[in-house]
Design a protein around this ligand. Sequence first.
Ligand code: UDP
Length: 485
Amino acid sequence: GSESDQLRIFFFPLPAPGHMIPMIDEARLFAKRGVDVTIIITQGNASFIQKIIDREFEAGHKIRTHILQFPSAQVGLPDGIENYNTITSMNMGVPLFQGLGLLQKPIEQLLHEIRPDCIVSDMFYPWTLDVANKLGIPRLGFRGMSHISMCAEHCIKIHEPHKSAESNVVLLPGLPHKIKMLISQLPDWSITTNDFTPLMDAVVDSEQRSYGMLMNSFHELENDYEQYFKTSMGLKAWSVGPVSLWVNRDFTHKAERHKIACEYGEEHEIIDWLDSKQDNSVLYVGFGSLTMFPATQLKEIAHGLEASGHPFIWVIRKKETDEYKQVFPKGFEERMRGSKRGFIIKGWAPQMVILDHPATGGFLTHCGWNSILEGINAGLPMITWPLFAEQFFNEKLVTDVVRVGVSLGLKEWRQWGYEGTEVVKRQEVEKAVRLLMGDGEEAAEMRKRVSELKDAANKAVEIGGSSQTNLMDLINELKALKIRN
Ligand code: UDP
């Protein structure tokens, strides 16, 4: 195309893996379709993605990072702590967020200099709407969340079903598929007013006034909620996911694909271990990038996994192993290593690579949206263990709507990955693992349904598929807008 129809888009992710990874994937998709892409990122997060960006650039795509200095000293954070995954206590969340707010000035300056044609902003920077408005360019909001969770939040806000409920059970009125939840499972920002309320209000307000929302989902997975989104919430949205599936499909050579996926983590002997296992025999246990369990819970998980008799990979955060003197029951690690029945990863796992491996047959997940999509992409039935954020809504999609998972029955939403007192007992873990990994009918049906969803996801990102069509429509719309302006 000529210079005049060259689209230039800036992406500004939140430095938390669950927000950042899908936005980088999205940026790569735009770049592969000829858009000139800049990712705004702080120094301490740039190294995390630089290799993959360099490789895309070498492949001829117009993609680069614009690196900003994080104002550590100004907000009193140690150098290098610039990501929600690397903060070592919950108290660091506030200064981290303040520091990100201080980037407003430099970003405004940058945007005025370059004047891109669009900005894709994480939800937690509502102020990017003002910047976009000043420049007269469209802002697209990005949450990296499911439609169902946003619809549920909207529904709770409008109808306040918890206020008239006679028990802990509420039906979310008007929401497709008659979603029933416990009041205790609802995020506090949806039912109470607290410190977080002004920010969430600003987020929702900025989304309503934005050009639209970029969604990491696909039509075939959430079509009823997509509909609700558009009609009841009045938001314009483009489902262009699952982005992790899409960007990595282009790498047909398996080893190359592994390398790309591992760019987000380290390479592990894990592949060799998996290669030695039978197809669909291994359970992957992972709670995302932010969860931190108390030692008592870790112990219950260990006992439950061991008692189940099934092979497993279990990811424990480094923080957890640093904090507790004894994480595991006595001799647990040695037994698991000796029998090759359990592989424990302390730190960051190459999750996508593990999920995609033929030996992996099930996923015990905290219901982070990326994890759920990655589980679907890999065609894996799930055990759901939601904890915080919007994870309880995602669980409902998995267990009640598309029915590809079995719930552990968690009842209590918690403020953050660290908090909460609800403990799942070893017997419950064991029972769920046996059900999911065993050869019963219920598990077989879940496996069948999730493999159909996997096929649908693959179709969605092919030429003519729903997500591919949506992305092309969006790019064309932004081009038309650019010419008009
Ligand atoms: N992830 C990973 N290795 C880990 C932990 C997480 O690769 O050890 C990736 C995972 O594949 C997913 C993201 O980090 O893409 C986590 O996002 P999700 O929405 O599942 O959960 P969150 O971390 O936001 O709670």
